[in-house]
Ligand binder design. Structure first.
Ligand code: SF4
Ligand code: SF4
Length: 155
């Protein structure tokens, strides 16, 4: 395995896809789903989403698992899943705080415990930037980026 990709590899266990209300669907996410599923917005909302505190979240099944997760296959909408799913496990807390990263390992077997936190951060920031998952106008994100001196970040 290449060093550049060894901090995380999803094992498709579904642990991070558990629990109602945790997966927020932004307007951008909804647009992506509309195009991928070729369905009008109201049908997507009716079939797959719920409204929680003015936000849209993905429905869960009777076992509280995201309705798009299938055991043995993983995420059925992997290519177009919401940004929050695409960003995991490189959430800002796990990048800024070593203890959060250690706790994340308890639920996510995809995080490689043999890779140092600093390397997890380096790979995570590269991944987030490459996939447009970092907000350059977010001051907290900017601090993390500056701290680790990621090439190409100048905001
Ligand atoms: S908890 Fe980690 S390994 Fe399991 S499905 Fe989520 S990202 Fe993949
Ligand atoms: S959309 Fe996919 S990755 Fe996100 S919680 Fe559901 S099954 Fe998991």
């Amino acid at each position: 395995m290449q060093k550049d990709q060894n901090a995380f590899e999803c094992k498709m266990c579904g642990c991070c896809c558990h629990g109602e209300g945790g997966i927020i669907v932004s307007p951008t996410d909804l647009n992506r789903l509309k195009q991928a599923l070729n369905l009008p917005e109201d049908e997507i909302i009716q079939h797959y989403l719920l409204k929680r505190n003015e936000k849209l979240v993905i429905k869960t099944d009777s076992e509280d698992q995201c309705i798009f997760f299938k055991y043995g296959e993983g995420c059925l909408i992997h290519e177009v899943k919401p940004d929050i799913c695409r960003a995991w496990p490189f959430f800002r807390g796990n990048l800024e705080d070593r203890m959060s990263w250690e706790m994340a390992m308890d639920i996510c077997p995809g995080i490689n415990p043999d890779v140092e936190h600093s390397e997890f951060v380096r790979q995570g920031l590269n991944y987030l930037q490459e996939n447009n998952l970092i907000m350059n106008n977010d001051p907290n994100a900017a601090n993390v980026l500056k701290l680790y001196n990621i090439n190409g970040f100048d905001k």
